[in-house]
Design a protein around this ligand. Structure first.
Ligand SMILES: [Cu+2]
Length: 138
């Protein structure tokens, strides 16, 4: 009885932590300009179209793609390890998309997010690192 009581308290505490971390995420959902224009180590910067991160553990951020086109992007820190993705925007795409950051290795999942004009793409840090960025190539 006593151990059951403790277990239920632990569960409630875990749920509270989850709620708090979710609240923290939405509060900081638009980190920008991670390096203040100073550049990163990957040799690839730019980010004049969008530049999100770095992302805390589990943190997410969004960008709205108003117009059709192809928008390649990269992680500044890991571009030289192939950490690159593309957002393809045309009428055949989805209303919105969730892209996982480094869910398995240095990659974006899906590699190509196919959305329609006006769609919101959300990137979420699925790794245990806090230095990833989502930075447009141009
Ligand atoms: Cu990265």
């Amino acid at each position: 009885m006593n151990s059951q009581h403790r277990a239920s308290h632990a569960f409630a505490f875990g749920s509270l932590l989850l709620l708090l971390s979710l609240a923290a995420c939405s509060k900081n959902s638009s980190p920008t300009d991670p390096y203040g224009g100073g550049g990163g180590g990957g040799g690839t910067t730019s980010g004049s179209q969008f530049n999100l991160g770095p992302f805390a553990l589990g943190q997410s951020a969004t960008h709205t793609f108003a117009t059709a086109g192809t928008f390649p992007y990269h992680c500044i820190v890991h571009a030289n390890m192939g950490m690159r993705g593309t957002v393809q925007v045309d009428a055949g795409g989805a209303d919105s998309m969730l892209v996982q950051i480094a869910a398995g290795g240095f990659s974006f999942t899906p590699t190509t997010a196919h959305v329609k004009p006006g769609a919101v793409v959300r990137w979420v840090n699925a790794s245990n690192l806090t230095n990833h960025t989502v930075t447009s190539d141009q």
